[in-house]
Design a protein around this ligand. Structure first.
Ligand SMILES: *Cc1c(COP(=O)(O)O)cnc(C)c1O
Length: 359
């Protein structure tokens, strides 16, 4: 069998490894921040009906502009936005990739603020965009001064911010986002994959879109909407951003089936989002109970909790796995990350952890 080094691979890809959150069959999968509640069955039936209708015309290419989906998404995000402000793709990962294809690339830089979503730097590599890193303040916060200092130092063409941030759960202030925008003339992307889990009334970068044509807010149906397997991400921005992405998207990138499924799910937004409150309750419970066990959980505005005070993260990860519980080692020393699941899943995790901690 040949190995990768036998192939004429692009130099920038040599020695790299693919994204690899383990996909292991376990009873309690709390490792990739999915919504662990299945979608309600009546909604599933409606989605199937809609898919059945769509499949009758799959001999034709789908609507390249996915107009109905963009209208639905605009209605969902509100803020006075219309279909022209929305763009969608197969997961927000593809949104981010399209953004770097259009605004990054060879000779250009994207600035990120680790620890953050691991795909940000991987997508930079895939698109041959130089990945440069900014600093965070204590508690993983980023103040306006800190963001501006990092931008002045690195002179990026694209800035990736993430709020609430994965894996820390940290929420960014609108002052920080606005300061980042004013400090550069590049594209500022705010990855809001977990926006729905933030406290009620928490500000969103959507509040800043007006008059800022280089600001992009990336969202996804993978988390709050319990739609990770359907692969639907989207962005909200000035309509000119979609014009840029039309230059790099593959024609018909969103299949007719994806569009039909997402439109049907959005027709049931209240039922699809019904579990968000429960998940937030379990997240808050995780913070309280992890602290009671002697760990140091970070405050979280998302559907997961990063906790410190772990003597041996690898050992604890393995011990939990032996009990059929999969969480995430994100590579931060003495920390692990756990997704807030159903009440039963959260209880199982906490009981196993209590047991392993007192030994
Ligand atoms: C999970 C996650 C996404 C979601 O990616 P999709 O491709 O939409 O499934 C995006 N950004 C962050 C920060 C995430 O944690």
């Amino acid at each position: 069998m040949a190995s990768l080094s036998d192939l004429p691979l692009r130099d920038s890809l040599r020695g790299k490894s693919p994204y690899g959150a383990p996909q292991i069959n376990v009873r309690y999968a709390l490792n990739v921040n999915e919504n662990t509640h299945p979608i309600p069955e009546p909604v599933a039936h409606d989605i199937v009906t809609s898919l059945a209708r769509a499949i009758l015309s799959v001999n034709r290419y789908p609507d390249r502009e996915f107009t109905e989906l963009r209208e639905r998404l605009a209605g969902y995000v509100g803020h006075g936005l219309t279909a022209e402000n929305i763009w969608a793709a197969n997961g927000s990962n593809e949104i981010l990739q399209q953004l770097l294809l259009a605004f990054g690339g060879p000779g250009r830089k994207v600035l990120g603020f680790p620890p953050s979503y691991s795909m940000h730097s991987i997508i930079a590599e895939i698109t041959d965009t130089q990945w440069v890193m900014g600093e965070r303040d204590a508690g993983y916060e980023i103040s306006p001064q800190t963001v501006v200092e990092s931008i002045r130092r690195t002179q990026p063409d694209v800035v990736f911010l993430c709020s609430p941030n994965n894996p820390t759960g940290t929420h960014l202030s609108l002052e920080t986002i606005a300061a980042a925008y004013d400090a550069c003339d590049g594209i500022v992307v705010v990855d809001e994959a977990y926006a729905e889990f933030a406290p009620d009334g928490a500000p969103s970068a959507l509040d800043l879109l007006e008059g800022r044509e280089r600001l992009v807010v990336s969202r996804t149906m993978s988390k709050a909407f319990a739609f990770a397997g359907a692969r639907v991400g989207y962005l909200a921005a000035d309509p000119v951003i979609a014009d840029a992405l039309r230059l790099v998207r593959l024609p018909y990138h969103l299949s007719a089936l994806t569009q039909a499924a997402a439109v049907a799910a959005l027709e049931h937004t209240p039922e699809m989002l019904a579990m968000v409150d429960d998940i937030r309750t379990q997240r808050d419970r995780l913070v309280v109970e992890l602290a009671a066990l002697g760990y140091t959980p970070l405050p979280s505005a998302s559907n997961f909790v990063l906790f410190g005070g772990v003597d041996d993260p690898k050992g604890l990860f393995e011990a939990l796995l032996e009990r059929d519980i999969l969480i995430r080692d994100v590579g931060i020393p003495h920390h692990l990350r756990v997704t807030a699941g159903t009440e039963a899943e959260t209880s199982a995790f906490l009981a196993a952890l209590a047991d392993l901690t007192t030994r």
